[in-house]
Design a protein around this ligand. Structure first.
Ligand SMILES: [Zn+2]
Ligand SMILES: [Zn+2]
Length: 225
């Protein structure tokens, strides 16, 4: 994962060569430094600098949070000239147009629980009131692995999720096999059955005490037993 971030940062810096006016380069790189360990922000910056929305020189000086649900972020990239919206998660990224258009597809309005298109347009009209997007590793209220907020359930398979039966790491303990009476989970149907049993028992939502300490350079080490 850290090697990935490194490569992502290199790719962004390379794309910046074409995208950022020379006079603004230092400031553009400052933002890259702020988010150097934040996969969501790096994904956005790489997308922006690789496919400049208006196909001309521009650069991002700020990221703000329009909304977020379960690790899926609707972020505003504030550039020298405009404000653009991106839907970003650990799964990928989708450009959503300009913030001042104030438009979002109905399924996304529903997903982010806006009452109406007008309610969303109002939020877009006040970009300056939106919170600045905090770099992930610094924000204790967000699971560092799956980006669930405090009180939300982890993405199933998140290494930080705690097992409600034994109190260990859900992806490492044997409870899933014991609960299903199987030797392993080998297909989608078994996984769905496990999810149902897990929900019946009651999943443990993310809270900041669950954060692993990133003592080493590789977070995967922390998650190993
Ligand atoms: Zn998580
Ligand atoms: Zn367990």
């Amino acid at each position: 994962m850290w090697a990935d971030l490194n490569e992502q940062r290199k790719a962004i810096a390379a794309a910046m060569d074409y995208a950022v006016p020379e006079a603004d380069r230092d400031e553009a790189e400052d933002l890259l430094e702020v988010y150097r360990e934040d996969r969501i922000a790096l994904t956005l910056l790489l997308e922006f600098y690789s496919y400049l929305p208006e196909a001309r020189e521009d650069w991002v000086h700020e990221l703000r949070v329009v909304n977020r649900q379960q690790g899926i972020f609707l972020l505003a990239a504030i550039t020298a000239q405009h404000q653009y919206m991106y839907l970003v998660s650990s799964e990928g990224i989708e450009f959503q147009g300009r913030v001042d258009d104030g438009f979002l597809a109905q399924e996304l309005l529903d997903f982010f629980e806006y009452d109406s298109a007008e309610a969303f347009a109002e939020v877009c009209a006040a970009v300056d009131a939106l919170p600045v997007y905090e770099p992930m590793q610094l924000d204790e209220e967000i699971c560092p692995a799956c980006h669930a907020a405090a009180g939300e359930y982890h993405e199933l398979g998140c290494p930080v999720e705690i097992c409600p039966w034994c109190g260990g790491q859900l992806i490492h303990c044997d409870c899933r096999y014991e609960q299903l009476g199987l030797d392993g989970l080998t297909n989608e149907a078994e996984l769905l059955r496990f999810e149902a049993v897990l929900e019946e028992r009651g999943r443990i939502p993310y809270s900041p005490e669950q954060r692993p300490s990133f003592a080493g350079n590789d977070p995967n080490d922390v998650f190993d037993e």
